[in-house]
Design a protein around this ligand. Structure first.
Ligand code: ADP
Length: 563
């Protein structure tokens, strides 16, 4: 419905109300006028009947029916204008047309004798030459009905017109605030109605309708954008947390949730400092929000290391609603566990290597100085000192050569591979270690079926040699070693009957320079790098390495090759 429709409808409502009033008063007026008129005619007829009867005196008849205050009754002889009988003799003006109206209905006229309007009727006797004139004053009901009809209708009409005009302006004014709001909405949604909307209400309705369509479209676009943003944020392997100036969580991605071990519902909209999160992170967040300066640090969570970067966010949406100057802040968490561990390992390796090399070197230098300054001059002592210097040099050489092997394994990303028959390589390695085994009276048995694998021959020899050499070194006198290969499982199992490794040391034996018994290892010519090299080779070629050991019973190494 537009403005024109509303105005037309209200016009017709006003008109209908007026018409109802008009018809009611008119009906009331005509009813009371008919009743007055009929009364005066009936009276006149009654008098004529009684006059025609001729039994009564005319004055008696008149006095029997008259009420002098409201009635003026006159009796004429036909053709004589002067009345023969009259209730009001003082003033009488005969009706010049009374002859024509002898049978007509009562007419409203002014009656001078009654000094008011009256219904005047003329009746002619049938048996006598008499004419009766009856004038009956209009009744109070008639007067009221007449006044109501005239003045009441004029007043009702004026009221209707005034009410309609008032409604028109009220309607216009009531549209104003709505119009202002709709125009603001129009500015936001940039709706441009075509020229055909001249009517206010239709114009507003158009803008509202169009704005609604645009808003629905924009909401849908926003929803899709949010989904895209969530997808991007959740695809990050880095954790992201955004807080506003009130420390409330505004945004958090899946990676951050899994780092902290939270469910999204638990965290959304909560104060960050009420969550079970490391003190360092919460206090650093606090510092960034207070100072507006970013910072970064390393944090350890559940055994993993994260490079954390906290930066202030100056956007309005991130600011505190209480304190406008408080910006929000974002925390980016990058998992650097591997880099961190590797750098720690390098530092440790460097320290260990220096230490390992320092002792034989110090010993060698000491002996050489003793020879140089002549402290040792006996030939036997000099030979013994030289022997120790050579042994220490061999030891240093072995450490350096193992370090170089490790370093080359770490450096070379693509090592040349070839098809290797595992049993023939094991044979060669065992042969090269036979002398060492015989010295300790350790028997080596080879068993099982061979298979071919693609591997760098040197790496494979080193792998088998380090394991078998350890099985000899840490075996008991007259112990045994069994090497079993299986083409079915593609496994090689090296089992010894040696001293075994305590369970708390089993995971550590692969660390660089770790030795369960340093003195024993050194005595055996060990460097503490053999199993680190084994582990590195297995990782490089994707071989599965398992260790089982029991103290004083023996140790088993199982290597599984991929298909
Ligand atoms: P090392 O040069 O000292 O042998 P490795 O890295 O080869 O260094 O081995 C690390 C440590 O693991 C050894 O010092 C030793 O204590 C233990 N170990 C290795 N192999 C065996 C084995 N077969 N039996 C018992 N202990 C072993």
């Amino acid at each position: 419905m537009n403005k024109k429709h509303v105005l037309i409808r209200n016009f017709f409502i006003s008109l209908a109300l007026f018409m109802v009033f008009f018809l009611t008063t008119t009906f009331f007026f005509s009813t009371s006028s008919r009743s007055d008129r009929n009364e005066s005619m009936m009276l006149a007829d009654n008098i004529v009947v009684r006059l025609d009867d001729g039994n009564e005196d005319i004055d008696t008849i008149i006095s029997a029916v008259k009420d002098s205050n409201f009635m003026h009754i006159t009796v004429y002889d036909i053709g004589i204008s002067t009345p023969t009988h009259d209730t009001h003799t003082d003033v009488f003006v005969p009706d010049p047309k009374f002859n024509e109206e002898k049978r007509g209905v009562a007419k409203l006229q002014h009656d001078d004798s009654l000094k008011s309007n009256a219904f005047v009727v003329y009746r002619e006797c049938k048996k006598r030459t008499l004419v009766v004139r009856v004038a009956k004053s209009v009744s109070t009901g008639y007067r009221v009905a007449k006044n109501l009809t005239i003045y009441g209708n004029i007043t009702a009409f004026i009221l209707c017109v005034v009410a309609y005009i008032g409604f028109y302006f009220q309607f216009k004014r009531s549209l104003l605030p709505l119009k202002q709001q709709v125009l603001k909405l129009q500015a936001i949604t940039q709706t441009n109605p075509s020229g055909e909307y001249k009517d206010d209400v239709a114009y507003l309705a158009y803008i509202l309708r169009d704005s609604r369509h645009k808003l629905v479209r924009q909401l849908e676009e926003t929803r899709i954008s949010n989904q895209k943003l969530d997808f991007i944020l959740d695809s990050f392997s880095q954790g992201l947390v955004v807080l506003d100036g009130n420390y409330k969580v505004v945004m958090i991605n899946e990676a951050a949730l899994s780092i902290f071990g939270f469910e999204r519902e638990d965290i959304q909209g909560r104060h960050f400092d009420t969550l079970p999160i490391s003190q360092t992170i919460t206090s650093n967040f606090s510092v960034v929000i207070q100072t507006n300066k970013g910072m970064d640090f390393i944090e350890k969570i559940d055994g993993r290391y994260y490079q954390c970067v906290i930066n202030p966010i100056h956007y309005q949406w991130a600011k505190s609603v209480v304190k406008e100057d408080k910006s929000g802040a974002s925390l980016l968490m990058v998992d650097i566990t591997e880099d961190y561990n590797s750098s720690e390992m390098k530092k440790q390796f460097f320290a260990n290597a220096s230490h390992e090399l320092k002792s034989p070197l110090t010993t060698t230098i000491g002996y050489l100085q003793l020879i140089e300054n002549g402290t040792i001059n006996d030939e036997t002592e000099i030979n013994s000192a030289i022997e120790k210097c050579v042994a220490n040099s061999h030891r240093m050489n072995k450490i350096i050569s193992d370090m170089l092997t490790l370093s080359s394994l770490e450096r070379e990303s693509l090592r040349p591979v070839e098809e290797v028959d595992v049993c023939s390589v094991i044979n060669t390695v065992v042969d090269s270690l036979r002398f060492q085994a015989n010295e300790k009276e350790v028997s080596i048995t080879q068993d099982g079926t061979s298979f071919v694998t693609k591997i760098n021959l040197e790496d494979f020899e080193r792998l088998i040699k380090n394991i078998v050499e350890n099985a000899i070194k840490y075996n008991k006198e007259k112990g045994s070693i069994t090497i079993t290969s299986s083409s079915e499982d593609r496994t090689i199992v090296v089992k010894d009957t040696g001293i075994g490794i305590a369970s708390e040391n089993q995971s550590r034996v692969f660390e660089r320079f770790f030795r369960v018994d340093k003195a024993r290892s050194r005595k055996n010519g060990g460097t503490g790098l053999g199993l680190a090299i084994v582990k590195h080779i297995c990782n490089y070629y994707d071989l599965k390495l398992e260790l089982e050991s029991e103290l004083d019973v023996g140790t088993t190494f199982r290597i599984k090759f991929p298909e």
